[in-house]
Design a protein. Sequence first.
Length: 494
Amino acid sequence: MNKSSSHFRRVMMALLLSLLAGCGGSSAITAPLSAQDLNLIFVTSPDLAYQAAGDIRADTANLSPQGLQRSLLMASYLKQQLMGSNNVNGIYALTPMTHLQTARQYPDMAGIGFIQQFALLNQFTMPDTATGGTFTANSFPVHVAYTAASIPAGVALPKSFCPDCSGLDFNDTKGRNAALLAGIISARSSGYYVFSAPWETISSMLAGIKASNGYKFELPTAYAGPNVVYAITLNAAGGVQLLTLDSQLNPPASYPVLPAPVAAAACTNNQQDYFSTTRSGGVSGAAIPADINTNQRIYIVRHAEAHPDSGFHFENGNFVGAGQWRALELANALRGKIHPDQVLSIDPAQWFFGGRYNFSYVRPSLTVLPYVIANNLPYSLVSNISIAGSAVDPIVARDTSNYFFTGGKFSNQTVLLAWESGHIRPLLNALLASYGGANLPLLPTAGPPLGGWPSADYDTVWSISLDAQGNLTVDNALCEGIDTFKLPMTAPQF
């Protein structure tokens, strides 16, 4: 087939898909979207109102194992069939705290969770300060940061707002989503821009694009299910079309099985020296704080693998392909070791400057999300504490310790907490110091890296226990038991 006939075939296929979209129908894609066009790709994440039966847990508003399976399959569809294995240019997901569900007001983590596997099938390149060159990792940033236009009640006000890593607001508060889309469209940079959010948000975005730009395509009239992907393509000649594409996924209802076994590792404290200490009222001058919690246990883990270069400088806010093996294996690795009632993590909408780019800090929350899904546990985000400053900031350490260990909120609870590694030892020291006492051990935090947590350690689990009187025990005897050095560099394929 010569070039002219091949071009004619692609044009006719695009016209057919456009006609199907205009009629409200959907089609299985037969040719990838062109990398020479500007492609806005909209993935509908499930929520309680709009989902395929069985994709969302009604009690926790979390993805179910079936919903997680669908996200893994959707990632391959987007990467291989829709984009022809080309690299993505931008990923934008729902900012979870803008959409609270159930009477308990759980944040909507499905939007970001539904697109994470896809992010890890793409690559991102950063300067490598150790070599003076660059380093490319199997990972792509997911933008979910807040903007000044929409800060939900109870969220810590950022010292500044990310100029280029904001996410999607469920209600498009003050036109936040419209402004984001307008910027991408006006820039006219070819490639692939992917958006993951519930149908309420996606349908509003599609309608907004049509209205604000005067486009003539027909909008979908109703929710068509999580398998349907919408793509608005704009070519260099000014042509615009809305494609409605059916991924035809059929996910199993069971929790995903990784395509290869994950190597186990013993808890040897090779990365962090063994540490165990107690604070008991009246012993060595320690005094139990008046408002300390009781009958509480918290297990603290770090995020999954995120810095694959030799100097541990690679940084894009997400974890990398190797980390997806850990995240999906975590439920199996921790089975029988811990029994939490709920899971907490830092709000992924917090952001930071990574040396050249700005990033949403999504990786702790996404590390424990599969564990949440496998065990159907309540999942909450700590959004009223900012960790944007120094890891050893004593005020941040004190406020974080007080949040988790005082006031009774977590008394009689067992919690799994995913946190930023540099802040873990300082918050533990703040808790230990609140008991006072003389010549009692604290954890070293000087580094490098600052905060004292070794850069290569993704496996250590810190355990904090408070008994019925508030006596405290802190140790790092546990580990996840996953060998970080034997994890594949690329994400598992489904």
